[in-house]
Design a binder for this molecule. Structure first.
Ligand code: SF4
Length: 155
């Protein structure tokens, strides 16, 4: 491989660990538009993708979906950290238990971005609950933590 070809290889990529989500936010294209089927990226497929980028410096592990829902997320983080890659992702925080958080810390995660709308009860109005009514997915599935978090879909 020539110096020129290495210089032109991608150094920063986004990988979507899952297209599933545990929210139905009212501003999200995933909620409002047609989309691909819900599914997780397997660790083998993840590795197949990563191994095609020999000079990766930074990987963002999110797309349209909640990364914490993929059980292999800590494995993915660890694999990237063993290559010396900076690793981060956005999350709505609903599935962030102490155990999951510790697994990500142990794997070497560099940056966890918790997306929130605010710190008051106005937050549920921007989430699915206000939009979908009393029999909504939101109301049936909400947890104590869920009204207080919102994924902001930052680039
Ligand atoms: S948490 Fe993020 S991916 Fe999920 S519905 Fe809300 S904005 Fe979309």
């Amino acid at each position: 491989m020539t110096t020129l070809s290495v210089a032109t290889l991608p150094r920063s990529i986004y990988i979507e660990p899952t297209s599933r989500c545990n929210e139905l936010c009212q501003q999200c294209p995933r909620t409002l538009l047609s989309r691909e089927d819900d599914r997780d990226l397997s660790f083998d497929k993840f590795r197949y993708i990563v191994d095609q980028f020999p000079v990766l410096e930074r990987v963002v592990l999110h797309g349209l979906g909640e990364p914490l829902l993929n059980k292999d997320l800590p494995l993915m983080v660890r694999y990237l950290k063993e290559r010396g890659t900076y690793v981060l992702f956005n999350s709505n925080g609903i599935a962030l238990t102490a155990r999951r958080g510790q697994a990500l810390i142990d794997a070497g995660l560099d940056e966890y971005r918790l997306s929130m709308d605010g710190a008051t009860r106005v937050m549920p109005l921007t989430r699915s609950g206000a939009m979908w009514g009393p029999s909504s997915h939101y109301r049936r599935n909400r947890t104590r933590a869920s009204p207080w978090f919102l994924c902001g879909l930052r680039p």
